[in-house]
Design a protein around this ligand. Structure first.
Ligand code: PMP
Length: 404
């Protein structure tokens, strides 16, 4: 890992905030973009902009080819069997909403159950709650232990003949826990229950092979993967996607429209109504190529070092509470010190040029479980350095002294 060289690819990392060099530790919220991604977006608008899948003219065909090549880049990135199993969406949230809506419409009736977990992001809670209201399904919740790990024995007890799907996150955006998704898929499949994996916080850190994992759905966002905002991915096994009805109606998702009867397009277009966000879809492929050029194994090994170093240093601070102490963690550390409010800590760190996340991190049920309102969260990327962590720790200590 040549971090200095990598940092040069991210112009924002050499900017200042309040006259201090920016230390960006909010990568769990969104990642910064390398030049190649931003340049690709500019290039598309300046040289190849045309609506995709519609025109016979040259530009439309070039744009269509690029967007479809991007689908193959994503397919290979997660090793899906077919490119038609890759659906482009706005992001993780839309991907989960799509599955919740279309899967429940096809496969769930009143009283059927969906299992999620106590550590889920609101996207993987509220999407299902909407289906509770619409279809009378019921949510069952896997509890967590003191270390912030899923209790799989409890999960087994939640499975009933009415369980239709298990939907869990791979890596927690608050606790950093890497959940044992292989085991979850294996338990679920032994009961013929499909599994959705929310990979919003994992796909940028951990290599994922959907065929090996054998999950039924996997979702993630481009913007957390060093790619553009406004584009995301839903991977779904063909057998499920083929049976599920469309999520939205409009152009491109149809085969034939008449006032008597409308028929729908094949996969993946059945789930991509309207003009897709093709510039960002195309640029997402650049982000994936960029990550691949560094290598997820190297990225994970380097980020693990940062996480360990930061956790060790934080642990030395008096009255610190770290939320999420599993041995199997990834790139995120959440904490509180004494009675210092997380907003105060975040605001004062900001004045030192240090960007961290504060609040409930869109996981209010988890906060309730932990008996807190929010945490301070530092989340790392491969462009962060040990020196930045030193400054962050120094910053946290300064805030602590201010409150003493
Ligand atoms: N799931 C998890 C685990 C997340 O961390 C996030 C983003 N914080 C989401 C879902 C939602 O992602 P997006 O806002 O990009 O749709």
């Amino acid at each position: 890992m040549n971090v200095e060289k990598i940092r040069a690819d991210f112009p924002i990392l050499s900017t200042t905030v309040y006259g201090k060099p920016l230390i960006y530790l909010d990568n769990g919220a969104t990642t910064q973009k390398p030049k190649c991604v931003v340049e690709e977006i500019e290039k598309i608008y300046y040289t190849t902009n045309a609506n995709v899948h519609r025109g016979v003219h040259h530009l439309s065909q070039v744009a269509t080819d690029l967007a479809e090549e991007s689908r193959i880049v994503v397919q290979q990135f997660i090793n899906a069997e077919h490119s038609k199993e890759i659906i482009f969406t706005k992001g993780t949230t839309e991907s989960i909403n799509l599955v919740a809506h279309s899967f429940c419409q096809q496969f769930c009736s009143e009283g059927d159950e969906i299992i999620i977990s106590a550590m889920e992001h609101h996207a993987n809670i509220v999407s299902w709650q909407l289906q509770e209201t619409i279809r009378g399904i019921k949510l069952r919740v896997i509890p967590i232990n003191d270390k912030g790990e899923l209790m799989l024995d409890e999960m087994k007890k939640l499975i009933t003949p009415r369980t239709r799907l298990i939907s869990v996150m791979h890596v927690s955006n608050v606790l950093g826990t890497i959940n044992p998704i292989e085991e979850i898929v294996s338990i679920a499949h032994s009961h013929d229950i499909p599994v959705l994996i929310d990979a919003a916080q994992s796909v940028q850190h951990i290599e994922i092979d959907v065929q090996k994992l054998d999950c039924d759905f996997l979702v993630f966002s481009g913007h957390k993967l060093y790619g553009p905002n406004g584009v995301g991915v839903l991977y779904g096994k063909e057998k499920w996607l083929n049976q599920m009805p469309p999520y939205q109606g409009g152009g491109e998702m149809i085969s034939q429209v008449s006032f008597k009867k409308t028929t729908f397009n094949d996969l993946p277009f059945k789930f991509e109504a309207g003009t897709p966000n093709y510039p960002d879809v195309i640029a997402l492929a650049k982000a994936i190529d960029y990550i691949k050029s560094i290598g997820l194994d190297s990225i994970k090994a380097y980020e693990d070092q940062l996480l360990k170093y930061c956790t060790d240093e934080l642990t030395k601070i008096n009255n610190i509470r770290i939320f999420g102490t599993s041995d199997n963690k990834c790139s995120v550390v959440s904490f509180l010190v004494g009675n210092i409010h997380h907003y105060d800590m975040g605001m004062l760190l900001d004045k030192m040029g240090i960007a961290v996340r504060t609040g409930h991190h869109c996981a209010q049920p988890l906060m309730e479980e932990l008996g807190i309102e929010g945490t301070v969260r530092a989340s790392f990327a491969f462009y962060n350095t040990k020196e930045e962590i030193d400054k962050f720790i120094e910053g946290v200590k300064r805030v602590v002294t201010m409150f003493e």
